[in-house]
Design a protein around this ligand. Structure first.
Ligand SMILES: *Cc1c(COP(=O)(O)O)cnc(C)c1O
Length: 412
């Protein structure tokens, strides 16, 4: 019953046992989980998935765990919202918002990857979990560790939004704020991971962690009535999520759960940290690291681990990449809120901003079935919009004050 076959190097293909390793010892390429698709195909079906748990664990046959889930049992299966209003505004007939603002338990897409990473970390015998985070990952690791009774260290850059800092402290993990950028945090964590037997979810157990992102593709296809969309728009930090949405769709195709996939995968970044989108625009297949300067802090990775593979995925799927300014991020957040009633964080503003650009440029067309991935909740990044939403209208608690203020006609 071993559906997870090995870890394989994405560069040279060398295979390794499914342990807590993440780089190839021959060529230093990143490792990725390989499955026995023949075996999975023999047992998987649409009906079986539909009868499964109301969480991402309905896709357990395609997830890198050996036993049953022990951490993050309720993550995933978030709404795929038909966005009629925003679609009409952008000229897209069939537009959907995959709404991970309401993921369980910490309101971002990171609840998916952490559910998988911690379940696997337990299987591998870890007692302490840790991460290098741009914010949401730390929140999710801290919450899951407390419910799982695991020891926890989360490392964050020194400039995070108040709600993302608080969203760690409340669970009482060890919160370490680094005087530096995410890339400094990540470098330090890699050094610590080399010395201690801790499960750094996005470092030494990254191959398992990253697979959790596939569930966004699985859910989308199932919720669309077992079909792949024509276009997806995906925010990029390390670029991992984008590559895994493609991998997930291709796995469903390979297993005969959906027809041939012709989805165009589009990547979105904020201009103040757009190493991947800039490489795309310059026609390069490699990127230059940058020093981030943007309000989209959750996406502020200047040296993205999967940037190269994100560029490859977009090329293979004939998608595109673009970036938006911080002002456009704020506009994107407001546009989504005011058309669909969904309050996204800055990463959502990036996605909507780029969706808008791609529609305007004709790269996404009227008849393209399109899915925009909204990966985090706006209540966590209030600083970004607080100065551009106005103030409440303040009055005395009397009927006359109210009528006067609004110059309403006297009721009949
Ligand atoms: C982490 C994160 C992403 C994307 O992360 P990748 O590193 O590209 O997989 C997107 N949106 C939000 C809100 C995130 O926190």
């Amino acid at each position: 019953m071993a559906k997870m076959k090995s870890l394989a190097c994405r560069e040279c293909g060398k295979e390794y046992p499914t342990k807590d390793i993440h780089v190839c010892e021959l060529c230093f390429g990143p490792l990725e989980v390989k499955y026995d698709y023949d075996e999975i195909k023999a047992s998987i079906s649409r009906e079986k998935i539909e009868a499964g748990p109301k969480s991402l664990w309905r896709y357990i046959d395609l997830l890198p765990v050996e036993g049953q889930p022990t951490v993050g049992k309720y993550a995933g299966l978030t709404p795929l919202v038909r966005a009629h209003n925003l679609g009409a505004y952008l000229g897209i007939d069939e537009l959907y918002i995959k709404n991970d603002c309401v993921n369980h338990p910490t309101l971002s897409f990171k609840d998916r990857v952490v559910a998988i990473a911690l379940t696997r970390a337990r299987e591998l015998g870890f007692e302490t979990v840790a991460c290098a985070s741009t914010g949401n990952l730390a929140n999710s690791v801290a919450a899951h560790a407390s419910s799982a009774g695991m020891k926890c260290y989360v490392f964050i850059p020194g400039d995070l939004e108040a709600a993302k800092v608080l969203g760690n402290l409340i669970y009482r993990p060890n919160v370490i704020e680094i005087e530096g950028t995410y890339d400094d945090v990540n470098r330090l964590c890699s050094e610590i991971a080399g010395e201690r037997r801790w499960a750094f979810v996005n470092i030494n157990v990254r191959p398992y962690y990253a697979e959790g992102s596939k569930t966004l593709a699985f859910e989308t296809a199932e919720q669309l009535g077992w079909r792949a969309p024509d276009q997806v728009v995906v925010p990029m930090a390390s670029g991992s999520l984008l590559t895994k949405i493609w991998k997930g769709l291709k796995e469903f195709e390979k297993l005969g759960l959906i027809d041939q996939v012709t989805t165009k995968v589009n990547g979105a970044q904020a201009e103040g940290c757009s190493p991947i989108a800039t490489a795309y625009k310059n026609g390069r297949d490699f990127f230059k690291p940058v020093k981030p300067d943007t309000i989209a802090k959750s996406l502020a990775i200047g040296n993205p681990a999967d940037g190269y593979y994100a560029l490859k995925t977009v090329a293979e799927s004939h998608g595109a990449m673009d970036s938006v300014t911080d002002d456009e991020v704020v506009e994107g957040i407001k546009l989504l809120a005011q058309t669909e009633g969904i309050f996204a964080e800055t990463a959502g503003g990036v996605t909507i901003g780029v969706l808008r650009k791609l529609a305007k440029q004709g790269l996404i067309k009227k008849h393209d079935v399109t899915v925009a991935y909204i990966t985090g909740n706006g209540l966590k990044t209030q600083e970004a919009v607080i100065d551009s939403v106005g103030r409440p209208i303040r009055i005395q608690p009397s009927l006359s004050h109210f009528t006067k203020k609004f110059e309403l006609e006297e009721p009949a």
